[in-house]
Design a protein around this ligand. Structure first.
Ligand code: DAK
Length: 260
């Protein structure tokens, strides 16, 4: 396996664990992480000895605390649309991965972090995990497929509430709403249970598994929805509210939005 700047990859029998490794920034997704993810996914998919994948974040505090807000604050409409397309294609790679993928949510999974978890085939979380799509608090909308995948997973009404309020979702609620499949006390135990589930899954027909993933994915999300999300995300990158929202986060103050 190639060595990646921002990722760790471990292989245990036939299951690969891919860890996003920027713990000092709560594993926030910068352009390098997105690039590394894209290459690593190609490599893991091509490796015939690997039958399934777990994606998680380094440490106990965060899965991924979202897109890197510092990097995000420099986007304009054009770079916003471009980053959106690259990011969306990585998330599509995960959603359409031919081998089963579990997102192991160990702590904060906010914004792009929740979107990453949503693109996995299944989600297993630790009790301290917190999900949420707080992009509107930055003057943005989810741009990595979250508007489509959240609605597909929990229904339109709940998705509207989560996306419009941007509120944090604790795991008892996430479990009830179908956002996560299972919740376990510790990361070590969640990892053990993820391996157990994947071992059971990969004992089934390999081709049947990849076709089952394709068939389930055929229902959602639709391409038009993702394109519309990218267009609207790009348009918001040119607004004063976006500049105010990201500056306020970086300056550790409350934003004052003007609706412009
Ligand atoms: N980006 C960059 N740095 C981050 C970060 C982030 N999202 N989240 C945390 N950090 C950094 C903090 O700045 C801090 O760095 P230092 O000050 O130590 O250098 C360090 O990680 C530890 O964080 P805190 O000190 O804030 O830790 P706390 O325990 O106090 O708080 C927290 C934890 C998770 C509640 C807090 O860090 C937080 O609110 N983080 C931001 C959460 C958030 O709003 N995430 C959503 C971002 S919006 C795109 C598509 C999609 C997106 C973007 C682009 N395209 C289509 C182009 C997605 C957007 C988002 O994800």
């Amino acid at each position: 396996m190639t060595t990646y700047e921002t990722l760790l990859i471990e292989i245990d029998s036939n299951v690969a664990t891919l860890t996003i490794n920027r713990p000092d920034k709560l594993n926030a997704l910068n352009a390098q992480v997105i690039k590394d993810l894209s290459q690593a996914l190609v490599e893991i998919e091509a490796n015939k000895d690997i039958k399934a994948l777990i994606i998680t974040g380094a440490g106990e505090k965060a899965f991924v605390a979202g897109a890197d807000i510092k990097e995000l604050s420099t986007l304009n409409t054009q770079s916003g649309v471009e980053l959106s397309k690259i990011g969306q294609s990585v998330f599509d790679q995960i959603e359409n991965f031919s081998k089963p993928v579990i997102g192991l949510i160990n702590g904060y999974a906010l914004g792009g972090g929740s979107e990453l978890a949503l693109s996995c085939h299944m989600r297993i979380a630790t009790e301290n995990a917190i999900m949420g799509l707080p992009e509107v608090s930055l003057g943005l909308i989810p741009g990595y497929g979250g508007t489509q995948r959240m609605a597909a997973l929990v229904g339109k009404g709940r998705a509207m509430e989560y996306i419009l309020s941007g509120r944090q979702i604790k795991m008892d609620e996430a479990h009830k709403s179908g956002l996560v499949n299972h919740v376990y006390e510790t990361k070590a135990y969640a990892l053990e249970k993820s391996h157990k589930l994947l071992n059971k899954i990969v004992a089934n027909g390999t081709l049947a598994l990849s076709y089952a993933i394709k068939a389930v994915n055929a229902s959602a999300p639709n391409k038009h929805g993702l394109e519309e999300e990218a267009r609207l995300f790009g348009a918001l990158c040119a607004t004063n509210d976006f500049k105010e929202g990201t500056s306020a986060f970086l300056e550790k103050r409350k934003p004052e939005f003007t609706g412009t």
